[in-house]
Design a protein around this ligand. Structure first.
Ligand code: PXL
Length: 263
């Protein structure tokens, strides 16, 4: 049986991030990808030109359609746009018997807001407690906890601050620091440091969505959280290495890099 994985996220019309990145990642990792669309963005390699969120009923209905009939072995959340959607999705995933990977998306690669400032408190108090794994980057850590990380050794403090909101595990993504791309995975007792060399490639659109979806895919296949995150890091590192130019700005990571290797 092929495991089923559900993404609850926004659409990126450019195909590099959001729902589109999630479904491509799921295909590449051998699971059946399904989607609950929370918002539609008009977006390309230059930035986000517009964003429209869906009504809460539309999000809830999509979720129930998928989960009640088809069933899910893991859920991933991305762009949730508003406090109302954050709270509805938090309630839905808390009531689902499958691991949830929460990517607490705040802004796009170009700095466009994908979450209202008024939704931050709902992310802290409703969404993070429902997460099996939360995957904030350093900007999201600062926004959610006030902890500003400037060096690798401060990743531990960031992890503690996020874990205080209640996710079972957190991956602090240190990729925006200089030097190696270092992430820290911890549940407060175990620590796993994931290190990859920094790649000289500016085409990294979709990195965060891809990592979170890869973790969800590996969890759905029955891997433990540390195994899932290690495998996801390896997949995303390959995808960044193969990231390609598209349009006039920042191109996407290559979700199909493993299909092309050796072809
Ligand atoms: O990477 C965060 C993200 C999530 N969801 C959507 C996005 C982006 C970044 O551009 O467009 C829809």
């Amino acid at each position: 049986m092929i495991p089923n994985v559900l993404t609850v996220a926004g659409s990126d019309s450019g195909g590099g991030a959001g729902i589109q990145a999630d479904l491509k990642t799921m295909l590449a990792l051998g699971v059946h990808g399904m989607s609950v669309v929370t918002a539609v963005t008009a977006q390309n390699s230059l930035g986000v030109q517009g964003a429209w969120e869906l009504p809460v009923e539309a999000v809830r209905a999509q979720y129930r359609s998928v989960v009640d009939d088809i069933g899910v072995q893991a859920v991933k959340t991305g762009m949730l746009a508003s406090a109302e959607l954050v709270e509805a999705v938090a309630e839905l995933i808390a009531g689902t018997d499958a691991p949830a990977v929460v990517d607490p998306v705040g802004v796009s690669k170009h700095g466009d807001a994908l979450l209202a400032a008024s939704a931050l408190d709902s992310v802290r108090t409703k969404l993070l407690p429902a997460a099996t794994v939360a995957t904030p980057n350093l900007d999201e850590v600062a926004q959610l906890t006030g902890v500003r990380v400037e060096s690798e050794k401060e990743l531990r403090q960031a992890a503690a601050a996020v874990l205080a909101y209640g996710p079972r595990w957190v991956v602090i993504k240190g990729g925006h620091l200089s030097g190696d791309a270092v992430d820290l995975l911890t549940d407060g007792s175990e620590e796993h440091w994931l290190r990859a060399p920094r790649l000289d490639n500016r085409h990294t659109h979709g990195t965060g969505c891809t990592l979170a979806s890869a973790i969800a895919s590996q969890l759905a296949k029955g891997h433990s959280v540390p195994e899932a995150v290690a495998a996801a890091k390896e997949y995303v590192t390959g995808a960044i290495a193969a990231g390609f130019a598209l349009g006039g700005g920042i191109g996407p990571v290559d979700h199909g890099w493993r299909f092309r290797a050796g072809s």
